[in-house]
Design a protein around this ligand. Structure first.
Ligand code: NAP
Length: 278
């Protein structure tokens, strides 16, 4: 290798992969290429760059491994299947990734992350970050909860639960729930109902709602019981939830700005539409 990466600083690189055969092959190739490279130092501790190998689900796991380091870390995703939303490279493009990392000038592209604050009846507070979404559901019975948008008591929800997603998460569970797809550069959060009860007696808006970056959402359960709070790929059960608040986090997730970053609309088309006769 002849070219020194940006600022001449050695880049600490963490490689995170799922257990698939193709992922292991990619890991071996990256290790062999970066191990003896003076510009890179392979380490899972305090990395500057995290390379996630697998799929969007693997990138979610990598995000949670390093969510405390969002200020310094940039992510790169290699997909061992289809194109993906958080992945710029496929498993047959490892050489291209290595070439791009060697030319890297430290540029990044950043997207909003969700901040979730759960308050229990006894006053305890549990805070988390989500890259895709956070959903609250009631386990035993219909969830009854007040929905407040920026302090306005908006509606009383009855149904299975509520999802609040980020722009990049809008193509995940949110889409299955009938939510809109948001371009990831739009700084907003989206509230989407999960099977709301709507009849003569009970009424919710029904459509998803998109909330700008400085506003917040509050869900106040009206019944005691066990609730599950799912944050991306992790689910937690809580008794006696007083409220859950959602806003955009002060930190964003950053990706290495790759020269051939596939357009968001290409990804949406590739994932959900495919080719069609024109
Ligand atoms: P997972 O296997 O990690 O992910 C489930 C599927 O969602 C995978 O095909 C994954 O793509 C895809 N995915 C993840 N993030 C995405 C995004 N931002 N845009 C489009 N597709 C995305 O499953 P998990 O560990 O249980 O949960 C992870 C995520 O799954 C959650 O954050 C939630 O969004 C999603 N989920 C969806 C539904 C649904 O659509 N009904 C239900 C539950 C959860 P890859 O194959 O590339 O990994």
């Amino acid at each position: 290798m002849t070219q020194t990466n940006y600022s001449g600083k050695v880049q600490r690189v963490a490689i995170i992969a799922n257990g698939k055969y193709q992922s292991k092959r990619v890991v071996s190739k990256l290790f062999a290429a970066l191990r003896d490279d003076k510009d890179f130092y392979l380490s899972k501790h305090n990395p500057d760059i995290v390379i996630s190998i697998g799929g969007d689900g693997m990138l979610l796991s990598a995000f949670h491994m390093y969510e405390k380091d969002l200020d310094r870390v940039r992510f790169v995703g290699i997909h061992t299947g289809h194109l993906g939303f958080y992945t710029d490279y496929r498993d047959f493009e490892v050489d291209k990734l290595l070439e791009d990392l060697r030319k890297d000038k430290g540029e990044k592209i950043s997207y909003p992350v969700l901040h979730v604050k759960l308050t229990l009846q006894d006053g305890r507070i549990i805070e988390s970050r989500a890259l895709n979404e956070a959903t609250i559901k009631r386990i035993e019975k219909t969830m009854v909860a007040d929905v407040l948008i920026n302090g306005v008591k908006f509606e009383r929800f009855r149904g299975d639960g509520i999802s609040v997603s980020t722009p990049t998460g809008s193509t995940a569970y949110n889409k299955s729930l009938g939510g809109a797809i948001l371009h990831p550069t739009i700084e907003a959060l989206q509230l989407t109902e999960i099977s709301s009860l709507n009849n003569r007696v009970y009424r919710t808006l029904g459509s998803s709602v998109i909330i700008p970056k400085h506003e917040h959402i509050e869900i106040v359960p009206k019944r005691l019981g066990t609730y599950t709070l799912s944050v991306d790929n992790k689910t937690f059960s809580h008794k006696n939830v007083a409220k859950v608040e959602y806003s955009l986090d002060s930190k964003k997730i950053s990706f290495v700005a790759t020269p051939f970053h596939t357009s968001f609309w290409e990804r949406v088309k590739d994932a959900f539409i495919g080719e069609f006769d024109s």
